[in-house]
Design a protein around this ligand. Sequence first.
Ligand code: DLZ
Length: 160
Amino acid sequence: MGLARPGARRFDIKTLRLSAVVARWNSDITEGLLSGALRACISQGLDKEQLSIFYVPGSFELPLGVQQAARTGRFDGVIALGSVIRGDTPHFDYVCAETTRGIGHVVLEESVPIAFGLLTTDTHDQAVIRSIENDSNKGEEATLAVLEMINTLRLIWNRE
Ligand code: DLZ
């Protein structure tokens, strides 16, 4: 997946600033998602210094982390990265629901593109498949989505 309409890109990718907010819970998985995010940045022509990385304890803390990153006004887009595994998480449904609801709320409140890179899987093995270097790394997908949304919002607002 690339930017949907790369020919219509209206901005200099070298001036973009992105932020990744990464949950440390299941860090073997979330570090894989972060590597995917970095690969997506590089593949689209960004330098790795254009991605600022912040850590939060677990996925439940992602909404506040992405809200604060968005509110600084320093970033054109924010990527939320977390992993919740049903087998390891007694309150799996609550953690997933609250994290999803919180991030969705922040997206609309802050009007900053925020990508939803939260893996919710039944098993650790399923999370590994979606976080290693392959075609289905969800950190990579989330980062491409945030770049596409930055582009789309600039087209909607007709900004150069
Ligand atoms: C407590 C908890 C549990 C049981 N499982 C996960 C998980 O699978 N993935 C994740 O990102 N975080 C988990 N957490 C931690 C919560 O997200 C949160 O950090 C703590 O409840 C502290 O607020």
